[in-house]
Structure formats: structure tokens, C-alpha cells
Write a new protein. Structure first.
Length: 195
């Protein structure tokens, strides 16, 4: 009889193998062109194991996207420490976002495939739990420290600034200068918060 820990380990390894295989295929071929038989073959598991862990291909894709979004938020939080001044932390987090989005395939998964597959409402909820949340918290802290009221709803400001970050990530992914976009975002944040 196997111990509960070895069963849990096997379950975690199977799930990780599925996520890794699916991620690679979704990046290489896109969601629509990737089949579940390809995913299970790449993961080296059975189709039954796939459906034990995920309802369907869309559910598996959702899990891949959630992992990617969580990794971006973790990168931002790791760079923008609580010991920093809020504006400096906001700028550091901005650079961390651009660097995190530079991971191979991440921009395609989060900014191209995910909205098309999952829809904007689901993507906005996922973003609000991750990168947009860190941006909103950073803006709140920066405006508070500067003793300023942004003069408009923080949710709308966060949403618009988040769109600028996404546009920068797409441009960098297409070959644009990360230094140029980083500098532009830094100026944008300083002017927004400090002026």
C-alpha cells in the first residue's frame, strides 16, 4: 500500500507534467491548434489522467495561464520591496513586470491567447488577483505618500495604466527596446504620481 504522501507526490508530478507539456504546445502552436492527445503524449501520461486533473483543454489552459499570471505577480512583489519608497517600488515593479513578461511565450499566453480563449471578464479577474492588484496597491501607496488624490477612480487609473504595461510587453516581445519602454513607463509613473 502506498503512503498518502507518495500518492500526493505522484499527483503533483502528473499535474506539473501536464501543465509543462500544455504550456509548451500552447506557445508553439496556439490554443486552437493544440489537441489533448498531443498534450498527453508530450506529458507522457494517459488521457484519463488529463481528465482526472482537468475538466477539458480549456480548464488546463486556464491553469497554465493562472500559473503564468502568478509568476508575474511574484516577480513584481519580489522586486518592489516594502522597504522601498512607494514611487521607487512602483517603478521597480514596473521593470519587474516587463522582465517577467519577457519569459519565452508568456506574452503570447497572457496577452494574446488568454483573452481569446477565456474572455476578457475572466482575464480581468485573473489580472486583478495578480499583476493589476500589485499595480493598484503600488499606486495607492505612491499617491498616499505624495499626499495626493489621483483625481479619478483608482480602479480606472489602474486599468488604463495596466493596458499601457501590456502594450509595452507586446511591443518588446515584437522586438521593441525594453530600455525605451521601461524609461517611458518610469516617466509616466513619476509624472502621474508626483506632478
Amino acid at each position: 500500500m502506498q503512503s498518502p504522501r507518495s500518492n500526493q507526490d505522484r499527483t503533483e508530478k502528473t499535474r506539473a507534467a501536464l501543465l509543462s507539456a500544455a504550456r509548451g504546445l500552447f506557445i508553439e502552436k496556439g490554443y486552437a491548434e493544440t489537441s489533448t492527445p498531443e498534450i498527453v503524449a508530450a506529458a507522457g501520461i494517459t488521457r484519463g489522467a488529463l481528465y482526472h486533473h482537468f475538466q477539458d483543454k480549456r480548464d488546463l489552459f486556464r491553469a497554465v495561464v493562472a500559473e503564468e499570471a502568478s509568476a508575474v505577480a511574484a516577480a513584481i512583489e519580489g522586486r518592489a520591496s516594502a522597504s522601498m519608497q512607494p514611487v521607487a517600488a512602483l517603478i521597480a515593479g514596473s521593470f519587474a513586470y516587463l522582465e517577467a513578461m519577457h519569459a519565452p511565450g508568456r506574452t503570447r499566453l497572457l496577452l494574446i491567447e488568454a483573452p481569446a480563449v477565456l474572455g476578457m471578464a475572466e482575464i480581468q479577474a485573473l489580472d486583478e488577483a495578480n499583476a493589476a492588484r500589485t499595480l493598484r496597491e503600488g499606486l495607492e501607496a505612491a499617491f498616499s505618500q505624495a499626499g495626493r488624490d489621483p483625481g479619478l477612480p483608482l480602479a480606472a487609473l489602474t486599468d488604463l495604466l495596466s493596458a499601457a504595461f501590456d502594450r509595452a510587453a507586446l511591443a518588446i516581445d515584437a522586438g521593441g527596446s525594453a530600455a525605451d519602454y521601461g524609461a517611458a513607463i518610469s516617466v509616466l509613473i513619476r509624472r502621474l504620481v508626483l506632478n
